[in-house]
Ligand binder design. Structure first.
Ligand code: SAM
Length: 272
C-alpha cells in the first residue's frame, strides 16, 4: 500500500515537503512527554511520524479513505495510534476528546477549504484542549489577529479571542508544499485560557449575538440584531440603550468587551 497518489484538490491536499518547516511545526507544538495528540488531516504523514514518536496517545482523522487505510497499515503495531477514516466536520469531537481526562494537543496543517469550519468546532471543545498548533491560509490566520473595524475582523476573531491566546509562529511559503498552493500559509499557536477573556453570560447567546452582528456587514448593528432569533423575545433598541452601545454602528466596530456586554444583556432577558 502506498500513500503516493495524485493529490486531490477537492480535499485541499497540499502536502508539506519541506523538512525545516516540518521540524519547526513540531517544535512549535511543544509536545510534552505523555501527551494526547489529535492530528486532523495527516495526509502523507509529513508530521505524523514525529507525533507518533512523542505521543502517549495519537488520534488521526483523515477523510481520504486511501490515506486513512495507509495510516492504519503504518501504525498497525502501535496501539497508541487510532485512525478515524471520516470527515472531521462529522466527527463528534467532544465525545472523542472526552475519552481521557487528559487535555489534548491538536496539531494540523488544515485543508484550507474547511479551515474556518474546523476552527469553530475546535472552539466548541476549547475546554478539552491544552494547546493547538495549526497551519492556516495566511489570510485566515490574519483574521484571527485583526483588530475591530477592519475588514479581516470577523466572527472567528471574536469567538476564538474569547478563549485562546493566539500567536503567530511563522509564515510558510507555497514552495514548501506539493503541490504548491497559490497563497502563503501561517502557523499559529493557540493557548486556551483558564477562564474566558470576558464575562459573556450564556455562551450560546454570545455566539448568536456575534454571528448576527456580522451577518450583514453593510447594515447597522441594530438591523443585524433585529433579524436574530433572540430578537423575537427582546426589544433590540432597549437592549442597545441599556448596554450604552450605539445601534447605528456596524457590528464589525465592536470590541470583544462590547459583544460581551450585549451578550450579558440578552442572557439576562432570556433568563427572566
Ligand atoms: N498533514 C499533511 C501535511 O502537512 O502534509 C496533509 C495536509 S493537507 C493540507 C490536508 C489533509 O486533510 C489532507 O490529507 C486531506 O485529505 C485531509 N482532509 C481534507 N478534508 C478533510 C476532512 N473534511 N476531514 C478530515 N481530513 C480532511
Amino acid at each position: 500500500m502506498s500513500a503516493v497518489r495524485r493529490p486531490l484538490k477537492s480535499l485541499g491536499q497540499n502536502f508539506l515537503v519541506d523538512q525545516n518547516v516540518i521540524e519547526n511545526i513540531i517544535d512549535a507544538a511543544r509536545i510534552e512527554p505523555g501527551s494526547a495528540l489529535l492530528e486532523i488531516g495527516p495526509g502523507r504523514g509529513a508530521l505524523t511520524a514525529h507525533l507518533a514518536e512523542r505521543a502517549e496517545r495519537l488520534v488521526l482523522i483523515e477523510f481520504d479513505h486511501a490515506l486513512a487505510a495507509w495510516h492504519r497499515d503504518q501504525h498497525k503495531h502501535n496501539q497508541h495510534v487510532t485512525v478515524i477514516d471520516a470527515d472531521v466536520l462529522k466527527v463528534d469531537l467532544d465525545a472523542l476528546l472526552s475519552e481521557t481526562q487528559q487535555k489534548w494537543n491538536v496539531v494540523a496543517n488544515l485543508p484550507y477549504n474547511i479551515s474556518t469550519e474546523v476552527l469553530f468546532r475546535l472552539y466548541n471543545v476549547h475546554e478539552r484542549l491544552s494547546r493547538m498548533t495549526l497551519m492556516l491560509q495566511k489570510e485566515v490566520g490574519d483574521r484571527l489577529a485583526a483588530p475591530p473595524d477592519c475588514s479581516a475582523y470577523g466572527v472567528t476573531t471574536v469567538l476564538l479571542g474569547l478563549w485562546f491566546d493566539i500567536s503567530r509562529a511563522f509564515v510558510v511559503h507555497p514552495g514548501s508544499f506539493h503541490p504548491s498552493p497559490k497563497v502563503d500559509s501561517v502557523v499559529l499557536n493557540f493557548i486556551p485560557l483558564a477562564s474566558a477573556r470576558a464575562d459573556v453570560g450564556d455562551e450560546e447567546v454570545f455566539r448568536s449575538v456575534v454571528k448576527s452582528a456580522f451577518s450583514m456587514r453593510r447594515k447597522t448593528l441594530f438591523n443585524c440584531l433585529k433579524s436574530a432569533e433572540f430578537a423575537q423575545q427582546i426589544d433590540c433598541g432597549e437592549l442597545l440603550e441599556a448596554c450604552q452601545i450605539d445601534g447605528r454602528r456596524r457590528g464589525e466596530t465592536l470590541a470583544l468587551e462590547e459583544f460581551a456586554t450585549l451578550s450579558r444583556g440578552v442572557t439576562a432577558v432570556m433568563q427572566r
